[in-house]
Design a protein around this ligand. Structure first.
Ligand SMILES: [Zn+2]
Length: 385
C-alpha cells in the first residue's frame, strides 16, 4: 500500500507492506485523515516530544531518525477483522477510532509512534474496542473531525464553563475554532474570539463566535461584563460588601459564606489559550480580569516564562488539558452525526497523499487554512484553490 512516511523531518510517499490486524484489531481502509498541528510539531520536533513523553514514562514516542506514518484523525471502512474480534460491525462499516493501539503488550499512540503507523496511508490497524461505527450516514470528511473536536470538547468540559460565563478564545487555529464550536454547542451565550489574522477571524465568526476581536486593535477582555479588572476595585468591593452586610441583623460572615455557597462572588471569564507559542500564557495573565480561569489547550514546545507573582496577585487559575476520554470521543461523534455541531467552516481543503507536503506548507503559513484532510484515493497533489 501507499503511505506518507516521515523521517528526518522529510515527508515522502512510499510503498509499505499491508498492515495485518492482530488479536482484537481491525484493518481499516482510510477514507479521510486530518492533518493536525501535532503532526507539524512531530515532523520538526519529534525528539523534543518524545523526551516529554519519556518523562512521564512512555518510551515509544517517534524519534526524528525513525520512519513514521503520521495521522491520528481518521475515518475509514473496515476491510478485515483480526483474530478474537467481537465483529459487531461487519466488513464495510465506516468507523472512527480513538488513536491508541496495542502491539506486543504495549499501547502506542497511532500516528505518533514508529510502533503504531497512522492514517497518512491507504490502510491502518486500529483496536476494535476503540472503534465506533459512524452513525446516520455522516460524511467521512465530517467524521474525520471527531478526533480534533473531541480535544475541543474535552477542553470545554474541563473548563467548567457555565452558560452565562464569558468565554474568550485566544487563537483561532483549528483547536481554537473547535473550542468555539463546542462552547456554542454547550450553550455558552457570550463567546469572544481573538486572532491577529483576518482569515482566521472570519472562520471564528462562521463557527459562531459572538464577538470577534483583532487583539492588535481591541482587547478581547473589554466590555461591561461585571468583571474586576484592577486591585483598587477589588479592595473597594470587599470593604463595601462587608460594610453593607454589617447593617443587617445577622452576622455578616454567615451571610457572606451563604452567598458564597450559592455561587455569588466576583464574576470572571474563562479564557482558552489556543496559540501555544512562548509568551502567550504570560500575556494572558497580564491582560485578563482578576480571578480568571485560563485553560491551556495550545501546545507550546520548550520552556516558557510566566510571572507567578502577577498571577497570584490576580488569583489566576491555570488549567492544562490534554486529549479526551473515550466517552467524550463518542459524544463528539454523535454531536456531529446529530447535527448539533456544524464543523463545515473548519474544512478548508482535501489533498491526496502526494499533496501532503504542500498541505504542511500551507498550514505552516496558517492564514486561510484550518483543517486540511487527506484522501488517500485522490490522485491530485495540489490543494484546490
Ligand atoms: Zn491531533
Amino acid at each position: 500500500m501507499k503511505a506518507v512516511v516521515c523521517k528526518d523531518a522529510e515527508l515522502a510517499v512510499a510503498e509499505r507492506p499491508d498492515p495485518v490486524p492482530g488479536e482484537g484489531q481491525l484493518l481499516v481502509d482510510v477514507l479521510r485523515c486530518g492533518i493536525c498541528g501535532s503532526d507539524l510539531h512531530a515532523r520538526h520536533q519529534a525528539d523534543e516530544l518524545a523526551d516529554v513523553a519519556a518523562e512521564i514514562g512512555y518510551e515509544g514516542g517517534m524519534r526524528s531518525d525513525q520512519e513514521v506514518v503520521l495521522g491520528h484523525e481518521f475515518c475509514g471502512e473496515i476491510v478485515d477483522h483480526g483474530p478474537g474480534c467481537r465483529a459487531s460491525s461487519p466488513t464495510g462499516t465506516p468507523v472512527v477510532a480513538l488513536p491508541l493501539v496495542r502491539h506486543g503488550g504495549e499501547v502506542h499512540p497511532i500516528g505518533l509512534s514508529a510502533a503504531a503507523p497512522g492514517a497518512y496511508a491507504e490502510r491502518l490497524v486500529v483496536q476494535e474496542a476503540l472503534a465506533l461505527p459512524v452513525p446516520n450516514g455522516l460524511r467521512p470528511d465530517v467524521a474525520a473531525l471527531t478526533e480534533p473536536l473531541a480535544v475541543a470538547w474535552h477542553a470545554v468540559r474541563r473548563s467548567d464553563v457555565k452558560r452565562r460565563t464569558v468565554a474568550v478564545v485566544v487563537g483561532c487555529g483549528p483547536i481554537g475554532l473547535g473550542v468555539i464550536l463546542m462552547l456554542k454547542a454547550r450553550g455558552v451565550r457570550h463567546v469572544v474570539a481573538s486572532d491577529f489574522s483576518p482569515g482566521r477571524r472570519a472562520l471564528a465568526e462562521r463557527c459562531g463566535a459572538d464577538l470577534v476581536v483583532d487583539p492588535g486593535v481591541d482587547s478581547p477582555y473589554a466590555g461591561d461584563h461585571g468583571h474586576l479588572t484592577n486591585a483598587p476595585d477589588a479592595f473597594d468591593l470587599a470593604l463595601d460588601t462587608v460594610d453593607r452586610l454589617r447593617r443587617q441583623p445577622v452576622p455578616w460572615w454567615h451571610v457572606w459564606r451563604a452567598a458564597e455557597a450559592l455561587g455569588a462572588g466576583p464574576k470572571s471569564p474563562v479564557v482558552f489559550e489556543c496559540v501555544g507559542v512562548p509568551g502567550v500564557i504570560d500575556d494572558i495573565i497580564a491582560s485578563v480580569p482578576l480571578f480568571s480561569r485560563v485553560v491551556v489547550v495550545g501546545v507550546c514546545m520548550g520552556a516558557d516564562q510566566i510571572r507567578p507573582a502577577l498571577a497570584i496577585n490576580k488569583e489566576i487559575e491555570l488549567r492544562f488539558v490534554l486529549g479526551y476520554t473515550p466517552p467524550e470521543f463518542r459524544e463528539t461523534l454523535h454531536m456531529l452525526a446529530d447535527g448539533k455541531v456544524d464543523p463545515s467552516p473548519l474544512l478548508t481543503g482535501v489533498v491526496g497523499l502526494e499533496g501532503v507536503e504542500g498541505a504542511f506548507g500551507a498550514l505552516g503559513e496558517a492564514d486561510e487554512h484550518a483543517k486540511i484532510l487527506i484522501d488517500p484515493k485522490r490522485p491530485d497533489a495540489e490543494l484546490p484553490a
